[in-house]
Design a protein around this ligand. Structure first.
Ligand code: SF4
Ligand code: SF4
Ligand code: FES
Length: 256
């Protein structure tokens, strides 16, 4: 059997686990790593008084940063599940910290880690450079040969085809949960970028269907999806990247 081991410098030092302060406190364990320390990653433990903290996972992180440890590093902006920047792994599942309620972890220790299989920049911040380059490669904008005389209108049916696609906030939770993307992210586009690719394919105002399909018709870019469905399970916006991928494959089959 093949055995995989982590490089020595990425093994996480186990957290100290002092006795819990009880039900009025939320126990939180947070992954920490700084490129400046020269040390391996470790986990910090905090006990947060429940009645002094907001109701979402992001509120816990803000409480820690503002009052206990200003060096804790994470991304966030909108606090409304719209910008996609607070994606992280909470208790084993990728999610948006700002829309995930503490109530959904009642009685559990919160274990907060960066998105898996992404390079860590610091603490909970991962390097999205490659992910965004793949996004740019699918040309996430309308492409047209002809200049319209007025705005391009859509029927209700045409517009409805974008539901479940335009709502993607490019948080990366799905791609970072996809085993195919873990192993082949250098060439496989992953669920987030493929859902976005289909968003522009499905748009009646775009005139470059063939070119878009040509770009995706590739053994690695598209066909590394093996319908494992982690992406659907983890998407914090309840979207279905696996279906978008299947729809692209079907279009390719039709035109073959
Ligand atoms: S499909 Fe869902 S999980 Fe994936 S990037 Fe979009 S919003 Fe995030
Ligand atoms: S369905 Fe495809 S894209 Fe989604 S997790 Fe599985 S392999 Fe990855
Ligand atoms: S802060 Fe914008 S999605 Fe969470």
């Amino acid at each position: 059997m093949v055995e995989f081991t982590l490089p020595k410098n990425s093994v996480v030092t186990p957290p100290p686990r002092p006795p819990s302060k009880g039900g009025d406190f939320q126990r939180v364990e947070v992954y920490r790593w700084s490129p400046d320390s020269g040390e391996n990653p470790h986990v910090d433990t905090f006990d947060i008084p429940r009645d002094e903290c907001g109701s979402m996972v992001l509120d816990v992180l803000l409480k820690i940063k503002n009052e206990l440890d200003g060096s804790l590093t994470f991304r966030r902006s909108c606090r409304e599940g719209v910008c996609g920047s607070c994606a992280m792994n909470v208790n084993g599942k990728n999610t948006l910290a700002c829309t995930k309620s503490l109530e959904s972890y009642a009685g559990e220790t919160l274990r907060i880690y960066p998105l898996p299989h992404m390079s860590v920049v610091k603490d909970l911040v991962v390097d999205m450079t490659h992910f965004y380059a793949q996004y740019a490669a699918i040309k996430p904008w309308l492409e047209n040969e002809t200049a319209p005389e007025r705005e391009r209108l859509q029927s209700e049916t045409q517009r409805a085809k974008l539901d479940g696609l335009y709502d993607c906030v490019m948080c990366g939770c799905c791609s970072a949960s996809c085993p195919s993307y873990w192993w082949n992210s250098d060439r496989y586009l992953g669920p987030a970028v493929l859902l976005q690719a289909y968003r522009w394919i499905a748009d009646s105002r775009d005139e470059t269907l063939d070119e878009r399909l040509n770009v995706l018709d590739d053994a690695f870019k598209l066909y590394r999806c093996h319908t494992i469905m982690n992406c659907v399970d983890t998407c914090p916006k309840d979207l279905n990247p696996a279906k978008a991928i299947a729809d692209i494959k079907q279009l390719l089959l039709k035109r073959a």
